[in-house]
Design a binder for this molecule. Structure first.
Ligand SMILES: Nc1ncnc2c1ncn2[C@@H]1O[C@H](COP(=O)(O)OP(=O)(O)OP(=O)(O)O)[C@@H](O)[C@H]1O
Length: 605
């Protein structure tokens, strides 16, 4: 792990003067703290004032912090829901030993048993102390947490009838002011799992600084999350802002305020450093695709100062991803306060709704042939094709652009507008096959992608899970095809493990391959292009410019005549339009011209 990682989430100091209001509230709440009441309120699942539920949870959190317990207290990681439930029961019994068995305690035990059964049904695994009961229905947002009617209305408008497993658990955890790191399969509704409690916690629009921050690893994902957040907040006055270039043009952002700010780490870091953006009032911080953000390298360096700048002591931080490697868990465990870990199904597995296939293509040439053949046999758009670099994406685009397929390309060399256009066109069905780099491999929600093709083998199991997860979303089925060549064989086993874990068959010879750990697989690959390099690049660039125009490619002339001659004829023809056709024809005669003239003269005479 990089050195900088140790600073993550650190540096939070409480400025009592600046936060005098918060401080006095904090004091008040501590005075009325009563853990037993908290738990029975939380776990009963009955209608109760939202305020009471949330306040009690936040009190518990603050009490834990104030008592200076170990920061990771309560992390019975991998112990599962039953055991954590037991832990709570034992703690409760110890605390109230002298009171003897009470009705409330019995009810609490029963509730915990019910929760355990419910969690098992939805493959929800939790670790941490006093984990709140999962949601049974969206209506409980109102009955248990007093959510505003606009939210239930918007959920219904969006067609969401019942919560997905991650929503059932993560929403209640966050509503109880508990920090949370969550791992759930791709396409399982993680976005709503953090947006919904965030809007509920913010309650109403306010102009007091920046109140919530969501960090996403790519601009595309930030745009999508902003749109989803606005959809969910329809009918409210919440100011939901995407951190755009235009916003950065402001000379000083120290007074900038909004309810929700969605950004990539780089923009936000620049805004803090160069434009004095103030994040000290942020109450809610989400790191979406957390493992990507924590990847050692540039992103980690960018999020560190952002996380430090979010210095509000009451902040609730959460991490979400479909893949949660051990190093991210360790980092989260060591830095978050009394966090709850929520895992849906098995960690780091692909969605079971995706039919996965491996195809041996031998060489680059073999891949192109296999792709063309599969399109010829059956093309079932929308299809996404992933390549390992923008150069290769351009090359494949150069090969497919003039075939009878509506194909598009997206990579980091395109402008923001061109990238957004490509995504919009793909969503609208104007593009059937979208060739892409990993820039859209994570988080992007394209409804109904039928097939994902890994033209280039993914560089890790996590990359594989995210790429293929663009299909098989929200309960729909999908297909994933991965081409592999000789070079990829040593890396097959990692992917095969993922396939097997999600119920796909894997040949035994692949399972017998030696394990490879921690290595990223990005081999130097031969060019895809069957054309000279300059030509391919030129065409790819030209195509991007032509987007939206009629497709009339420059074709090699059919004419066998020199160019000038052909053009001359064409111009002449244009002039003659509407005149009678009396073309000057080449003489039929095989005799010399003079001789012929003489003869004609003769006849006439
Ligand atoms: N409760 C629900 N009922 C039905 N559909 C839902 C529900 N919640 C979310 N969805 C839909 O499911 C799809 C996937 O959701 P989302 O993009 O949040 O997945 P995700 O888990 O974040 O995936 P990824 O790991 O790829 O980022 C979206 O189209 C979303 O509108």
């Amino acid at each position: 792990m990089e050195k900088g990682a140790s600073f993550l989430f650190a540096g939070i100091s409480f400025d009592k003067k600046k936060f005098a209001d918060d401080f006095s509230r904090f004091k008040e709440k501590r005075e009325i703290d009563n853990p037993e009441n908290d738990i029975s309120l939380l776990e009963s699942g009955k209608a109760e004032p939202a305020e009471a539920t949330m306040v009690s949870a936040s009190m518990r959190k603050r009490k834990t912090r104030a008592s200076e317990k170990d920061a990771v207290e309560g992390f019975n990681v991998f112990t599962g829901s039953n055991k954590s439930a037991q832990t709570v029961v034992v703690n409760e019994e110890n605390e109230k030993e002298e009171d003897g068995p009470s009705k409330a305690k019995k009810e609490l035990n029963r509730q915990m048993e019910r929760d355990a059964v419910f969690r098992k049904k939805y493959s929800i695994h939790v670790s941490g102390t006093n984990v709140p009961s999962p949601l049974k229905t969206f209506a409980e947002l109102s009955s248990r947490y007093g959510c505003e009617s606009y939210l239930l209305h918007n959920l219904a408008e969006l067609g969401f009838k019942e919560p997905t497993p991650i929503q059932r658990q993560a929403i209640t955890v966050l509503l109880c002011d508990r920090e949370c790191f969550a791992c759930a399969p791709t396409g399982s509704g993680k976005t709503l799992a953090f947006l919904c409690p965030m809007l509920m916690k913010l309650k109403h629009a306010s102009k007091e600084g920046i109140r919530a921050v969501i960090m996403c690893p790519t601009r595309e994902l930030a745009v999508q999350t902003t749109r989803e957040c606005k959809n969910l907040a329809k009918g409210t006055k919440f100011r939901i802002k995407l951190m755009k270039k235009e916003l950065m043009r402001g000379a000083d952002l120290s007074k900038f305020s909004c309810d929700v700010l969605i950004s990539t780490p780089l923009r936000l870091r620049l805004a803090i450093r160069k434009k004095k953006m103030d994040l000290s009032r942020v109450e809610y911080l989400v790191l979406d695709e957390a493992d990507k953000l924590f990847e050692v390298g540039s992103l980690l360096k960018q999020i560190d100062p952002v996380v430090k700048a979010c210095s509000n002591p009451s902040i609730v931080r959460s991490l979400f991803s479909a893949t949660l490697p051990d190093f991210v868990e360790e980092l989260a465990r060591s830095i978050m306060h009394d966090a709850v870990r929520v895992i849906i199904g098995r960690k780091n597995t692909a969605s079971e709704l995706i039919k996965q296939k491996l195809i041996f293509a031998g060489s680059e040439e073999g891949k192109l042939l296999a792709l063309r053949q599969s399109f010829a046999e059956s093309l079932n758009p929308p299809v996404l094709i992933f390549l390992q670099s923008k150069e290769r994406a351009k090359e494949l685009y150069g090969e497919l652009a003039y075939e009878n397929i509506r194909v598009g390309v997206i990579h980091s060399d395109l402008s923001q507008t061109e990238r957004e256009d490509a995504i919009d066109d793909f969503r609208a069905g104007k593009i059937w096959v979208l060739i892409a780099t990993d820039v859209i491999a994570r988080g992007m929600d394209f409804k109904g992608v039928n097939c994902v093709i890994n033209y280039d083998f993914p560089d890790s199991a996590a990359a594989y899970i995210h790429r293929i997860g663009r299909s098989g979303r929200a309960g729909r089925s999908g297909e994933a095809i991965s081409f592999y060549a000789e070079d990829d064989i040593p890396f097959l086993r990692n992917i095969a493990n993922v396939m097997e874990a999600s119920g796909c068959e894997v040949p035994s010879w692949i399972k017998a391959l030696p394990k490879l750990r921690g290595k990223k697989h990005r081999p130097r690959r031969e060019s895809i292009s069957t054309k000279p390099k300059d030509e391919t690049e030129g065409e790819a660039n030209q195509k991007v410019k032509l987007k939206g125009k009629k497709r009339r490619p420059r074709r090699v002339s059919i004419s066998t005549k020199p160019k000038d001659e052909t053009e001359g004829e064409a111009n002449q023809k244009m002039k003659l339009r509407g005149k009678r056709l009396h073309p000057q024809r080449v003489s039929i005669s095989t005799k010399p011209k003079d001789e012929l003239k003489g003869k004609r003269t003769k006849v006439c005479n």
